[in-house]
Design a protein around this ligand. Sequence first.
Ligand code: FMN
Length: 198
Amino acid sequence: MIEILVLYYSRKGSTAELARQICRGVEGVAGVQSRLRTVPPVSTVVEASEPAVPGDGPPYATHDDLKQCAGLIVGSPTRFGNMAAPLKYFFDGTSALWLTGVLAGKPAAVFTSTQTMHGGQETTLLSMMLPLLHHGMYIVGLPHTEPALTRTRGGGSPYGASHVSGDETRVRLDEHEKALAQLLGRRVAELAVKLVSR
Ligand SMILES: Cc1cc2nc3c(=O)[nH]c(=O)nc-3n(C[C@H](O)[C@H](O)[C@H](O)COP(=O)(O)O)c2cc1C
C-alpha cells in the first residue's frame, strides 16, 4: 500500500471540501490510500500560539509525512492571487528535505478555492507549483478528455482542481468541481503506482 499526502490550508472550509473529494479519487485506485494533513495558521506574534495538535480536522503535516508519501497534492485558498501564508510558511521550512531530494521524482498536483470566478485561481495554482518544481516533483494537471473540464461554469482548470465559493456560508461544490477534484486525486495516485513499480 502506498500513500498520497493531501496537504491543505483552509479557513472557511471550501479548500477542505476539495481535499476530501481528492482523497476519494485517490482511494479509488487499488493499492493506494490518502493521508490528509493541514498546516497551522501563521502567528502574528513571534511566539507560536497554536497547540501542537489542532482542535478538530486532520493533524498538522510533518516532514515525515513528506518523506513517507508516494505523491503529494497541495491546496490553499487564494490570498490576493497567491497561496496563503501558512502553506508558504510550511514550504519555507522544507529546505533540509530539499537537500536530501526526498520528493524528487514523485508526482504532485495542486488545488484552490477563490471567492470570485476571476479572482486568481490559475495564479494561485501556479504559485503552489513553484516549490513543488524546486523539490523536483512531476506536476500532474487535468486533461480536456474529461468532459467536466469543458462543461464547468465554476471551478476546475487544466492547472488543477478548484472551487468558486462566492459569498456562500455553506460549502457546496458543484458536480463538475467534485468530478475534477476526484479525477485529480486519481491521476496522481495512478502515476504514483506506475512510478513506484518501475
Ligand atoms: C486576505 C484574503 C485575500 C483573499 N484574496 C482573494 C483573491 O485574490 N481572490 C478571490 O477570489 N478571493 C480571495 N479571497 C477569498 C478566499 O480565497 C475565498 O473565500 C476562499 O473560497 C476561501 O477558502 P476556504 O473556505 O478554504 O478558506 C481572499 C480572502 C482573504 C481572507
